[in-house]
Design a protein around this ligand. Structure first.
Ligand code: AMP
Ligand code: ZN
Length: 488
């Protein structure tokens, strides 16, 4: 491999040359969603960032095994162990089986990923599908003296671990300093040390999701799931572990500790963390109540939105920021991205129509080198996009007769531009799916007519509209703020 890729490694706090354990193969693990609610745009940004990373690794010639899990048990409502399981809580709220909740939001997640052309991982393991692996891992941690049992719960023994290891090597956190903020929390009596975290939680009778274990009925801790699943599919040591920055502590720090407690070393050589999507400066999150769902953005059906934007425009918007920078969401920024996206795609369309000459002012190889250099520099998509705009300028100059291109250079330029835009950036032409502005306008009209029919109790008309849209693969959902639509 003659890859010149450099990545920013959270473990060392430096940009380093990327050297996989056994090239050309690359093992990549990314923490997937907890499927207890619809994925919001913030979640999408993280998965889009890793889509770009996986796509570029492949473009660069690596054979990637991309594992991204589904958390379907064990992720509790707070960072301390006294919270309730998010899936179980939602199941009660929606009066469904926990696995119905898991299925419902996994399907939604897959649909959203597909709409944004985020490629599926190679393996998508679920936590509930790996109970045996998790129990085995707990046994090893116990046998190695880094965990203890307390009334049917198994806790990781941070104090014992700290004697020879640094619980904080990834996040830079100092647990002793954290103590000040955590002291006031109740229910820590079962733990020996406040920072100990649950590997296995005893299930109280009202807890719906529980499994048998050597320590009684219970369920695994969230941190343990990722250690067990990454080890199973990528081995005891693999190349890249990724996730959002908000997962660095305690989730990823605890993964490092669990793996080290089993094998003597952490799971991954490179830890990549993606930055947050913000709204007016605050992290977009469900709990802050400032989250926007992808479908709301695609349709414009949200009080904070002026209108809808095509998923490809949203994708382009997100890739105009580097994955390690925050990105602030606004109507204006999306409008600017829409113009940029249209300019880029128009350039790609003009390129094959250019009239060729016997001489060339275009150095295709110089463009290729610039594109690759941008992405080799820690996947710098905004710089790549600025070079693509330079290329579009040249294309337009050739179209206007101010520059020349030969037949061969034109063929190479088309292959290069199409390859970079579709394979690395994952952008497709909107025309393939229709014009988003027009579609949104027409859909608004149709849903308005349906709402009128409903208010007149004209159920025949409203049902006919819904069924005919259904035949076109458009699903109509009725919510408290009116109807919204999405593609199946
Ligand atoms: P969750 O389903 O809450 O476990 O989150 C799934 C992923 O989305 C995690 O990797 C988080 O780091 C990421 N995430 C959550 N909120 C945001 C946000 N506002 N911006 C970017 N990524 C986020
Ligand atoms: Zn994880």
């Amino acid at each position: 491999m003659k890859s010149g890729l450099h990545v920013y490694n959270t473990l060392t706090g430096k940009k380093e040359k990327f050297e996989p354990l056994s090239p050309p193969r690359v093992g990549l693990y990314v923490c997937g969603p907890t499927v207890y609610s619809n994925a919001h745009l913030g979640n999408c940004r993280t998965f889009l960032s890793f889509d770009l990373i996986a796509r570029y690794l492949r473009y660069d010639g690596f054979k990637v095994r991309y594992v991204r899990n589904i958390t379907d048990v064990g992720h509790i409502t707070t960072d301390v162990d006294e919270g309730i399981d998010r899936i179980g809580q939602q199941a009660k709220l929606e009066q469904m089986e926990p696995m119905e909740i898991v299925q419902k939001y996994t399907t939604d997640f897959h649909n959203i990923m597909a709409s944004m052309n985020i490629l599926p991982p190679d393996i998508e393991p679920t936590a509930t599908g790996h109970m045996i692996e998790q129990i085995e891992m707990i046994k090893t941690i116990l046998a190695n003296g880094f965990a203890y049992e307390s009334d049917g719960n198994i806790y990781f023994d941070v104090d014992a671990y700290k004697k020879d290891h640094n619980y904080g090597e990834l996040s830079g956190r100092n647990v002793d300093e954290l103590f000040e903020n955590t002291r006031a929390l109740d229910g820590q009596s079962e733990k020996r040390f406040f920072a100990d975290f649950a590997l296995w939680k005893k299930a109280t009778p009202e807890h719906i999701m529980q499994w048998p274990s050597p320590w009684g009925m219970g369920f695994p801790g969230w941190h343990l799931e990722c250690s067990a699943m990454s080890t199973k599919y990528l081995g005891e040591q693999f190349d890249i572990h990724g996730g959002g920055m908000d997962l660095k502590f305690p989730h990823h720090e605890s993964e490092v500790a669990q793996n080290t407690a089993c094998t003597g070393h952490g799971p991954a050589r490179y830890w990549l963390h993606t930055n947050m999507l913000t709204f007016e400066g605050s992290k977009m999150s469900k709990s802050l109540g400032n989250s926007i769902l992808p479908n709301e953005l695609f349709t414009g059906n949200h009080p904070l939105l002026k209108r809808g934007f095509h998923p490809m425009v949203v994708r382009f918007f997100m890739m105009q920021a580097h994955y390690r920078s925050t990105l602030d969401f606004s109507n204006e920024a999306l409008e600017a991205s829409e113009k940029g996206y249209q300019r880029l795609m128009a350039g790609l369309k003009v390129l094959p129509t250019l009239i060729t000459s016997t001489s060339s002012d275009i150095d295709v190889e110089a463009y290729r080198a610039k594109f690759v250099a941008a992405m080799d520099d820690d996947f710098n998509s905004p710089v790549l996009i600025s070079h693509l705009f330079d290329a579009v300028k040249s294309i337009n100059s050739i179209a206007e007769g101010r520059l020349k291109i030969t037949e061969k250079d034109k063929t190479d330029f088309i292959a290069l531009m199409d390859g970079v835009v579709s394979e690395i950036l994952g952008l497709t032409s909107i025309e393939e799916t229709g014009d988003s502005g027009l579609t949104n306008g027409l859909m608004e009209l149709i849903l308005d007519l349906r709402a009128r029919a409903r208010s007149n109790k004209d159920w025949a008309t409203s049902d006919a509209i819904r069924d005919q849209l259904d035949a076109l693969n458009i699903v109509v959902k009725d919510g408290k703020d009116g109807a919204s639509w999405s593609l199946k």
